[in-house]
Write a new protein. Structure first.
Length: 169
């Protein structure tokens, strides 16, 4: 099990939307998932230009977090991701980040094509102010419901992640 967080780049913070309350609440829920994922590799993916991750996310991930910089929407286009996942024997990923219907979905779809199990929660998926956000959100949630394991809360996601590594131990 690995936790893959996409594009929590400080330079894009003003573009984030969060449908469950203030953005700070979504960031706190994501940080809580990281904190509760003790023993699970955390991979922080960002673009090559804007590399600075939200301080709340960086702090929760700690110095053991793996950093990956991508040039395209899909993080799997970077060969290092497959290498990282293989090195940690990861066959299932929990995924979250920004933008839920672009970079996060492209990465989730490729993970599924490559045989990974994928899980997420709407509470760690963020939108973009510049899109038809509600329609994109509905479309994404339907995709995640049909193809992944979609948890109602970030807390349920964190519990499932911990259970998953407990079963492998």
């Amino acid at each position: 099990m690995g936790l893959l967080l996409i594009d929590f780049q400080q330079g894009h913070r003003g573009s984030f939307t969060y449908e469950h309350g203030p953005l700070s609440e979504g960031i706190a829920k994501t940080a809580s998932v990281i904190s509760r994922a003790s023993g699970i590799p955390v991979i922080l993916v960002s673009g090559k230009v804007y590399r600075e991750i939200f301080p709340e996310i960086s702090e929760a991930a700690g110095t053991d977090a793996i950093r990956l910089y991508k040039k395209t929407l899909d993080a799997f286009k970077e060969p290092d991701l497959e290498t990282i996942l293989g090195a940690y024997d990861i066959d299932a990923i929990a995924i979250g980040g920004w933008i839920r219907h672009i970079c996060v979905m492209a990465t989730a779809a490729e993970a599924l094509k490559r045989g990974f199990s994928v899980m997420t929660s709407d509470e760690i998926l963020f939108g973009n102010r510049e899109t038809a956000n509600l329609a994109a959100r509905r479309m994404c949630l339907e995709y995640y419901r049909k193809n992944c394991t979609l948890f109602d809360t970030s807390s349920d996601l964190a519990d499932a992640m911990r259970t998953s590594i407990g079963q492998r131990a």
